[in-house]
Design a protein around this ligand. Structure first.
Ligand code: NAP
Length: 415
């Protein structure tokens, strides 16, 4: 067990355990949280009230979360001169399930992304982002309810691995010359160079998790989204490895779309269909034929883009949740960033972190609390008293603050 200098381990809680692939969740789990930068504090204040209210309503005094604040980002740097104290990573590992707000990442220099670091250090290899429509939310689409997908984005590899060198640096020049002399490929001398590693191991375990999810939830298909027509040995291999996993581990439960078209398949009638689509076409498909897609498994960068775009189709980042999940360790977080211009205005939509909490409670097996929160949010939206982002897309709606929207959600937890 780690020792904690900045965080306090709540004496009222117990640790979540993990044995033989199964989580052991006590009635009073200790769950670390990072408030987050920018609008993080406003959002967390509203979210934690919603979480506690749902648990109390679902389980009375039988269950309760012992929240443990851990520090990262600007708050950690201001208070402890450390952007990401090691003990925060230790807590996320030790207590197994945690939730975090957004953290600032400077563009083009400065510190590396803390989010990316956490995903890599904790080996949270799948970034899971469900995108669905909530009735009443304004959307740029005519029929936004036709989109209901879960994106499984590989979370540790690809150009996101952070292996890159500045143009003009000694490292970039060394690599350029090596590639030119040893491998016979030319790169312009003033180039920055990034590396895009994608392994069979990393790709296969991601696709494996996506297929297991589709089977567990009786979903119709898993689509491998890739840019393998151009990046043949990375993205193309992702597709091939995906089909390999499907064939080797799920034979009989899945069927490749191409085999189905040929009519020759031994898979059962309710088999999950494995499709593949080229990334650029996938964006069109989600706009034009959204109901043909269910689970999407994709490399890191594609996954980042497609989950934001899909979130916009159903009403925006304010209701776009996410979870970073590995084997026995998970960190839940919203898809959006710190939205700094709204910091401390009690204005921003807390919905994404609240729905990330729903994913967290489902992961813990606390489905009753998760269902209550979803119902609360649905009813809050139906009441048309919503935060600015939703209000501006819903004619006649009343704009309310972050905290008031949290109250609306709590009041909406009926049944
Ligand atoms: P952003 O913080 O996601 O904000 C972009 C815009 O999205 C906002 O101006 C706002 O749109 C809308 N938005 C975001 N969150 C919302 C919410 N909760 N409710 C309603 N609308 C919301 O993206 P950014 O400005 O590009 O990034 C700011 C910082 O966050 C950067 O340092 C970036 O690196 C970081 N970031 C962190 C994470 C993470 O921690 N996981 C993820 C992404 C970005 P309007 O202006 O139209 O109201």
């Amino acid at each position: 067990m780690a020792t904690y200098k900045f965080a306090k381990v709540p004496s009222s809680g117990e640790r979540i355990t993990y044995q033989a692939g199964v989580l052991g969740v006590p009635n009073n789990p200790i769950i670390p949280y990072v408030e987050g930068d920018g609008t993080g504090a406003d959002i967390w204040r509203a979210s934690v009230r919603v979480f506690d209210a749902a648990i109390e309503k679902a389980y009375g005094s039988e269950r309760r979360v012992a929240w443990m604040e851990v520090f990262a980002g600007e708050k950690a740097f201001t208070q402890f001169q450390d952007w990401l104290p090691q003990e925060t990573v230790d807590a996320m590992q030790e207590f197994r399930v945690s939730i975090k707000g957004p953290l600032t990442t400077p563009v083009g220099g400065g510190i590396r992304s803390l989010n990316v670091t956490l995903r890599q250090v904790l080996d949270l290899y799948a970034c899971i982002r469900p995108v669905r429509y909530f009735e009443g939310v304004g959307s740029p689409m005519k029929e936004p309810e036709r989109l209901n997908i879960v994106v499984y984005r590989e979370n540790t590899e690809d150009v996101y691995a952070g292996i890159e060198w500045k143009a003009g640096s000694a490292e970039a020049e060394k690599l350029r010359l090596f590639i030119e002399r040893e491998l016979g490929k030319e790169i312009r001398p003033d180039s920055a160079i990034g590396v895009k590693p994608m392994s069979a191991f990393g790709s296969k375990r991601l696709v494996d998790m996506a297929i297991r999810y589709a089977l567990k939830h009786c979903l119709p298909s898993v689509t491998l989204m890739h840019k393998g027509n151009i990046m043949k040995f990375t993205e193309g291999a992702f597709r091939d490895w995906g089909y390999e996993v499907a064939r080797d581990k799920f034979a009989g439960s899945v069927v490749a779309e191409a085999d189905l078209a040929k009519g020759g398949s031994a898979a059962r009638a309710d088999a999950v269909i494995i499709k593949d689509r080229i990334a650029d076409s996938m964006f069109q498909q989600l706009l034009l034929r959204p109901d043909e897609y269910s689970v999407i498994a994709t490399p890191n960068l594609n996954g980042d883009y497609v989950s934001d775009a899909a979130a916009a189709q159903v009403g925006g980042l304010g209701i776009a949740p996410g979870g970073n999940v590995g084997d026995g360790v998970a960190v839940f977080e919203a898809t959006h960033g710190t939205a700094p211009k709204y910091a401390n205005l009690d204005k921003i939509n807390p919905g994404s972190v609240i729905l990330s909490g729903v994913m967290m409670f489902e992961y813990l097996g606390w489905t009753e609390a998760a269902t209550l929160i979803v119902r609360g949010l649905e009813n809050a939206i139906k009441s048309r008293r919503v935060t600015y982002d939703l209000a501006r897309q819903m004619p006649g709606a009343t704009e309310v603050s972050t905290s008031a929207f949290g109250d609306q959600i709590i009041n909406g937890m009926t049944g």
